[in-house]
Design a protein around this ligand. Sequence first.
Ligand SMILES: Cc1cc2nc3c(=O)[nH]c(=O)nc-3n(C[C@H](O)[C@H](O)[C@H](O)COP(=O)(O)OP(=O)(O)OC[C@H]3O[C@@H](n4cnc5c(N)ncnc54)[C@H](O)[C@@H]3O)c2cc1C
Length: 330
Amino acid sequence: MHKKQILIAETVENQISPSYKELLGFGASLHPDGENKILLIIPGQNVEKLAEQIAIENNIHTLAIEHEDLRYPNPHLLQKILPEVIRKYMPSYICMMHNVRTCQIAASLSIQIDAPCITGVESYEIQKEKSVFTRMMFNGKLIGKTACKTDQVILTIIPGAFSGSFTPDHTIQHGKTEIIKINETASEYKPVRIIETISKDNRLEEADVVVSAGMGIEKEERIDLIRKIASIFSNAAIGGSRIVCDHGWLPYACQIGETGKQVSPKLYFACGISGTMQHTAGMKKSGCIVAINKDPNAPIFSIADYGVVEDLQSFLPILAARYDDRKKNP
Ligand SMILES: Cc1cc2nc3c(=O)[nH]c(=O)nc-3n(C[C@H](O)[C@H](O)[C@H](O)COP(=O)(O)OP(=O)(O)OC[C@H]3O[C@@H](n4cnc5c(N)ncnc54)[C@H](O)[C@@H]3O)c2cc1C
């Protein structure tokens, strides 16, 4: 038995987001015993060649959706175009990587094609031939498991939650590419560029050590404490949770997580961070995670290698002082 799947990738200036490999890995794992019929949709501007190349490399069927307003991710336009493609292909699963844009697409498709949508999928298991999807709820305080009775389901997948390994199956027919050029569909929303604040001295993705601040720091001034810890290490950078960046205590270029940067340093300090899936999606691949949190039940401790149940205001100064002592008396 085979099941059809539509996987929807993202492109920026005709470059595909590398997370499409995670989507492929997830899609292939959904039905390991049968033949997976995967259609990878690549929306963008001038993405025909890219779609052909990916079809050949992965031996899958790709569909390039071309529109001048798809140069940058454009959920408004895609939610108008995709229902027709889905109705034509009739997939069992429609999957996207989880972010603010795909959540909008998923919700809109759910209404238009009358299929349930499960956002933020972190894992799944097969129970009585039904896929049961797991997601965090209430900022990671509850875990929800959902199985669908319907023939179709729309899923958004948490980045980093699945291995991303995908082995092309060369025993089946070679991948092919279809191109849809959309001209007539108008978009009232046209993204024109992506603005990123680049902090030259804080190269998060290249740092060996990342020291991150969460709302547990309580005040902007306590960022100095985070800087002090980062200064202990030679190749360190400062990160933060989204709420810390929303407060303007750190620039958005420092935000780590699902809608921020993805980092995997050798050492990650989570200081006063609760550990919601949106944050951990951006740092759980770190080599060693040290969490400092005064709540022993904080979800961050479930992925930490070392957990310090302590008020960071007392712990971090002691850590910094111990380091200074060691430097003076090695
Ligand atoms: C679509 C979407 C996308 C999102 N994307 C991201 C993202 O990319 N990155 C991200 O981080 N979040 C993201 N979020 C927000 C996310 O859900 C959480 O709200 C956020 O990560 C929580 O930040 P926090 O851990 O700093 O704060 P909180 O959840 O408020 O946690 C603060 C923690 O500090 C501890 N604490 C308090 N005082 C102290 C103290 N003195 N000493 C030690 N510990 C203390 C508390 O016990 C608590 O665990 C997203 C949310 C949505 C809906």
